[in-house]
Design a protein around this ligand. Structure first.
Ligand code: PLP
Length: 368
């Protein structure tokens, strides 16, 4: 066997090609490209899947986060606490609105923000918490909800990597004013391009958010808010409606693959993703940690094994976020993770043989 791809989206496509092609052609035939029946149907189907009252499709996960914060009135002078270790958007959306991102280091076991470090970061300007459910693992929502209630803070959950993940037996979404998702093609539920979603159980927040995605329009009359143009494309909605039917199956396959990696790599000096009680991980990424990672990458490259580095640079190491740092800010765990973390190939269609090759390569490398 020659090599293992990090991700092969074509395998998924080919399995359900007739359905997907038909869905795309349905939109083309109807010529209803903007919002309309496909987007409405998808919003109602995904709201049902997630167990929430309202779902609003937008152009990307980034826009979902921006509009969620905006709908809550967050802007200049406000502070929002988030993890120092995530995809760029988890922090950039805060500064894009003119607010200040305040960073918290990650937990001792895992890659999500450490709720125990939040209290020290709260000031009288803090308005919201923006936890990220990184790689598909739910963050500690019980502790976060407690802090939010005590300090009267909003919570906007970045679940862009965590569709279908569960906390205490319930899918993410509905616990907080807004939970946001991304349908970027590599996500567990990915479109044929960009797409995003925000969900809420609050009717007024649903109204506010819906106005913001269409230039602040309520009807055809006056406008009280200035919004943007950020709608989920009807073509994407049609594709996502097909894929949504397979989502639980794909999540199960990912979890089975993750379990298998855990078995294949057990007993080695490698940090494996933990399955914490009451949290259902969906493995948008299977991320291990090990010393000597960069030497292993050379071996992966020689053998044609795909990998990804999530994330080589925690937020405090980006120049654009330097103005938001306090002198006392230290993020040792995120810094260690940025040097040791390695995402292995994992997708539902990965074969046993491919997985064996990845594990054997790691084993041989560690034997020296
Ligand atoms: C954790 C996280 N937040 C936000 C985003 C932004 O989503 P999008 O790429 O759809 O704008 C992503 C995805 O790329 C993500 O992984």
């Amino acid at each position: 066997m020659s090599g293992v791809p990090f991700l092969d989206l074509k395998r998924q496509y080919l399995k359900i090609k007739p359905e997907l092609d038909q869905a795309v052609m349905r939109v083309v035939d109807s010529h209803a490209f903007i919002l309309g029946p496909e987007v409405e149907a998808f919003e109602s189907e995904i709201a049902k899947y997630l167990g929430v009252k309202y779902a609003i499709g937008v152009a990307s996960g980034t826009d979902a986060l921006i509009l969620a914060l905006k709908a809550l009135g967050i802007g200049p002078g406000d502070e929002v606490i988030t993890s120092v270790f995530s995809f760029f958007s988890s922090a950039s959306v805060i500064s894009w609105l003119g607010a200040k991102p305040v960073f918290v280091d990650i937990e001792p076991h895992g890659f999500n923000l450490d709720p125990e470090q939040i209290a020290d970061k709260i000031t009288k300007r803090t308005r919201a918490l923006l936890p990220v459910h990184l790689f598909g693992e739910p963050a500690g929502m019980d502790a976060l909800a407690r802090i939010a209630k005590e300090k009267n803070l909003y919570v906007v959950e970045d679940a862009c990597q965590a569709i279908g993940s569960e906390f205490q037996g319930k899918k993410l979404g509905g616990l907080s004013p807004f939970t946001c998702y991304s349908f970027y093609p590599t996500k567990v539920l990915g479109g044929f391009g960009d797409g995003g979603l925000a969900v809420t159980d609050s009717e007024p927040l649903f109204q506010k958010f819906s106005e913001l995605r269409v230039h602040g329009a309520k009807g055809s009359g006056d406008r009280t808010t200035i919004g943007i143009n950020s709608r989920l494309d009807a073509l994407q909605a049609a594709v996502l409606r097909v894929k949504l039917k397979y989502l639980d199956r794909w999540i199960k396959q990912r979890r089975d693959r993750a379990k298998r990696y855990r078995e294949l790599l057990s007993g080695l000096p490698v940090g494996l993703p933990e399955e914490k009680p009451n949290r259902k991980h969906t493995y948008n990424a299977f991320v291990i940690t090990l010393d000597g990672r960069d030497r292993l990458l050379e071996v992966f490259k020689q053998k044609g094994i795909g990998f990804a580095l999530y994330y080589p640079r925690p937020f405090h190491q980006f120049s654009c976020f330097k103005p938001f740092l306090a002198k006392s800010d230290k993020f040792p765990r995120a810094e260690a993770a940025s040097k040791k973390a390695l995402a292995l190939p994992l997708f539902p269609e990965l074969s046993d043989e491919e997985q064996n090759l990845v594990a054997a390569t790691i084993k041989d490398f560690l034997k020296g």
